[in-house]
Design a binder for this molecule. Structure first.
Ligand code: HAM
Length: 423
C-alpha cells in the first residue's frame, strides 16, 4: 500500500528498534552529566528571533538561511530554535541564575530545527543533548567538560573518535588575525567559491571551513590564529591542553577549526568520526565569554557543547538491534473470568518490575502460545476456567517446556520462578 502522507523532508520518525539506541544515549548522558554535577534545564522550542540573530551572528549560515522564522498572531517574530546555547543563556539571565554560587552547570536536550539540505546525517529537525557551564574562565572546566564527553562516549560504546581542539582567541587578538586573513584571501580572491567571496565580506574566518577543493587549496597557506593569540589566550589554551593530558583525553590541535557560530572565544573543539561520510561531527562546542553580556546579562563567561543524537544513534544502531526488550512473561487468559483473575497477577508482577504482556483477544491456546513465543517471552502463564476454580495459574518455560502450577495469589513464588534464570 502506498502511503498518502509522509513526514516532511528532513523530518523523521524514530521507531523501534532505533529508538533503543536513542534511549541508551539519553541514559548515558543523564548518568554521566549527573556525576559531573550538571542539572537539567528544559527550554522552549520557540524563542524570539533576536535571541539567535544577536548570538549566533547575522552573517552565519544558520541565521542567514537556515532558520524557521514566522510571525505569531500578534505579529511577533519567533524562531524554532536552531540550537540550544542562546536559549540557555536567555534562560540563565531571565531567571537570575548568575546570583547562585559559581559555577552553574546545566544540560538540556531536545529537537533543533535548521532549514538545511537534508542528506545522510543532516536533518531539518535533529536532536541535540547539550551542556553549558557558566561563571568560570579557568580552562580547567573546559578540559573537565571534554573529559565528561569522553566518559559519556565510552558509556555509549564509542571509544575511538577523533578529538580536535583549537583556540580562536578573544576580542583583543582576533581582530589582528582577521585582518591578516583578509589580506591573504584578498590576494587570491578569484580562486574562492561564491560563498567564500561573500564570507570574505561578512565572516572571513568561515573561509577556512569551506569544503570546496579550490577554496581548501587557496587557503592552504593562510595565516593561522595560533600565531596571533595574545599572551592570555595562549596561556589559556596551553593550560587547557595540559589538563586534557592530565585527564587522559587524547586529542590533537586542528588550527583550522573555526566553528559556524559567532559567539565563541578561546577554546573550541569538535569530535568527529570517519564512519558517517561528510556529516562527520558528532559533538562540538567551545567557550563563549562575551555571550551572556551580549544578550543583556552580567559579564559571565561560559563554555558548552552539543552532541547530535541522530549521528550517535547511527554509529551504535548495529550494536543495539539485538537488544530489543522481551517480555519476562506472557499471561494467557482463556476467557473473561480468567482475565478478571489475571488482572491482579499482571498488576502485581509489573509493580515488581517484570515486563508482563497479556492477550487482548481469546484465540486458541496454541495460537496464544505461538504469539508469546514470537514476542520472545521467557514464560507463559495460563489461566482458564479450571485454573480459576482451583485458584491456580499454570506456568511453562518456553525454552525447555518446564511446567508447573502456582497459587493465583502467590506472587512471591511467581517472581522467584521467573527470576530463577533457567535452572
Ligand atoms: P553545532 O556544531 O551547530 O553547535 O551543532 C552541534 C552538533 O549537532 C553537531 O556536531 C552535529 O552532531 C549536530 N547537528 C548540527 N546540525 C545538524 C543537522 N542539521 N542534522 C543532524 N545533526 C546536526 C551547536 O549547536 C552549539 N550550540 C554547541 C555549543 C553548545 N557550543 C557551546 N555550547
Amino acid at each position: 500500500m502506498k502511503e498518502k502522507y509522509r513526514a516532511p523532508k528532513g523530518f523523521q520518525d524514530i521507531i523501534p528498534p532505533d529508538s533503543l539506541a536513542w534511549q541508551h544515549i539519553d541514559d548515558c548522558a543523564r548518568g554521566t552529566f549527573h556525576r559531573y554535577g550538571y542539572d537539567e534545564i528544559r527550554i522552549p522550542v520557540v524563542e524570539h528571533t533576536e535571541i539567535f540573530s544577536r548570538s549566533i551572528g547575522e552573517s552565519t549560515d544558520i541565521v542567514e538561511k537556515e532558520m524557521y522564522t514566522f510571525e505569531d498572531r500578534a505579529g511577533r517574530s519567533l524562531t524554532l530554535r536552531p540550537e540550544g546555547t542562546a536559549p540557555m543563556v536567555r534562560c540563565y539571565i531571565q531567571h537570575g541564575l548568575h546570583t547562585e554560587s559559581s559555577p552553574q552547570k546545566y544540560y538540556y536536550s531536545g529537537p533543533m530545527f535548521r532549514y538545511e539540505r537534508p542528506q545522510k546525517g543532516r536533518f531539518r529537525q535533529f536532536y541535540q543533548i547539550g551542556a553549558e557551564a557558566f561563571g568560570i574562565d579557568d580552562p580547567y572546566i573546559d578540559a573537565e567538560m571534554m573529559s565528561m564527553i569522553r566518559d559519556f562516549l565510552y558509556c555509549v560504546g564509542l571509544g575511538s573518535l577523533t578529538y580536535e581542539v583549537n583556540s580562536i582567541g578573544c576580542v583583543k587578538c582576533r581582530p589582528d588575525y582577521k585582518k591578516a586573513l583578509h589580506d591573504h584571501v584578498y590576494s587570491r580572491i578569484d580562486r574562492y567559491c561564491d560563498d567564500c567571496k561573500r564570507r570574505y565580506e561578512t565572516n572571513i574566518m568561515r573561509v577556512l571551513d569551506c569544503k570546496v577543493p579550490g577554496c581548501v587549496e587557496a587557503s592552504g597557506d593562510a595565516p593561522l590564529i595560533r600565531d596571533f593569540l595574545c599572551e592570555g589566550c595562549k596561556e589559556h589554551f596551553n593550560s587547557f591542553r595540559d589538563y586534557l593530558g592530565l585527564m587522559g583525553v587524547e586529542h590533537s590541535v586542528n588550527p583550522r577549526i573555526v566553528r559556524g557560530l559567532d559567539y565563541y572565544t578561546r577554546t573550541i573543539f569538535e569530535i568527529t568520526t570517519t564512519e558517517l561520510g561528510s556529516q562527520n561531527a558528532v559533538v562540538a562546542g567551545g567557550r563563549y565569554d562575551k555571550l551572556v553580556e551580549d544578550l543583556g546579562g552580567p559579564p559571565v563567561p561560559g563554555v558548552g557543547f552539543a552532541l547530535g543524537m541522530e549521528r550517535l544513534a547511527e554509529l551504535i544502531s548495529g550494536k543495539m538491534s539485538n537488544k530489543m526488550p522481551v517480555p519476562d512473561l506472557f499471561i494467557i487468559c482463556m476467557n473473561e473470568d480468567a482475565r478478571k483473575a489475571g488482572v491482579a497477577v499482571a498488576h502485581e508482577l509489573r509493580e515488581r518490575g517484570l515486563r508482563c504482556e497479556t492477550n487482548y483477544t481469546y484465540a486458541s491456546l496454541s495460537k496464544q502460545v505461538k504469539r508469546a513465543d514470537k514476542a520472545g517471552a521467557r514464560y507463559v502463564f495460563v489461566i482458564g476456567t479450571d485454573e480459576v476454580q482451583r485458584g491456580i495459574v499454570k506456568f511453562k518455560r518456553l525454552s525447555d517446556a518446564k511446567e508447573g502450577e502456582i497459587a493465583l495469589d502467590d506472587h512471591e513464588s511467581m517472581i522467584k520462578i521467573i527470576s530463577d534464570n533457567g535452572s
